[in-house]
Design a protein around this ligand. Structure first.
Ligand SMILES: O=C(O)[C@@H](CO)OP(=O)(O)O
Length: 228
């Protein structure tokens, strides 16, 4: 089976270098191009998907449909779930990354962005909407480490994505930098020490071949062309 991970195209907040997390920007003009290009690259690979999973955030949903459009598989079922959302960035959400580094230092910002189990500072105020009304908001307001993100992503992996693969389906997942870093940590058995070095580019499909035991037998990154 094929398992493909795509990080959404550049968002308006990526463009402005802002901590995003569960904030809900749209794709930038470049992000739209990246999403279409991801679909074209997957089409060139000749992959026929059976099902698609994405988050409930606009940038991932827009990427899903632009990618499927260029892939000419817009007819596929698309399943959306908050468990595939970006890592919740707590009080950092909405802050500019460079300005935050100027205040707290590059090292602290790197720890917040890339460490495995350090949480961002706790957010105050409730910015959640009806998408999240069944969730434990107090927990989420604290903000998530990558480890927290992995823990909340895993039930969706087990119940839906792994279940699809076990049925022999080819699966496309369109999600976010850190929700995909957490999933990749699990899939590739990356250590806590090595995970800070893993970066996932926007709009660049990662194509895995997966066997019946759900072990990865091959990995190929469809390197994106430059638009700017
Ligand atoms: O802002 C965010 O939510 C993420 C992804 O864009 O950023 P970072 O690379 O800092 O984890």
């Amino acid at each position: 089976m094929k398992l493909v991970l795509v990080r959404h195209g550049q968002s308006e907040l990526n463009l402005r270098n802002v901590f995003t997390g569960w904030l809900d920007p749209e794709l930038s003009a470049l992000g739209v191009k990246e999403a279409h290009a991801a679909g074209e690259a997957l089409k060139a690979e000749g992959i026929l998907f059976d099902t698609v999973h994405t988050s409930v955030l606009t940038r991932a949903i827009q990427t899903t449909y632009y990618t499927l459009n260029s892939l000419e598989q817009l007819y596929l079922p698309v399943h959306k779930h908050w468990r595939l959302n970006e890592r919740h960035y707590g009080a950092l959400q909405g802050l500019n990354k460079a300005e935050t580094a100027a205040i707290h230092g590059d090292e602290q910002v790197h720890i917040w962005r890339r460490s495995y189990d350090v949480r961002p500072p706790k957010a105050t105020g409730n910015t959640f909407d009806r998408r999240y009304e069944d969730l434990d908001i107090d927990h989420l307001l604290a903000g998530e480490s990558l480890k927290d993100t992995l823990i909340r992503t895993m039930p969706y992996w087990e119940d839906h994505i792994a279940a699809d693969l076990k049925e022999g389906k080819n699966v496309l997942i369109v999600a976010h930098g850190n929700s995909l870093r957490s999933l990749t940590k699990y899939l590739e058995n990356i250590s806590d020490e090595a995970i800070p070095d893993l970066e996932i580019a926007t709009g660049e499909p990662i194509v895995y071949d997966v066997n019946d035991h759900l072990h990865i037998t091959n990995k190929k990154i469809l390197v994106k062309k430059t638009f700017e």
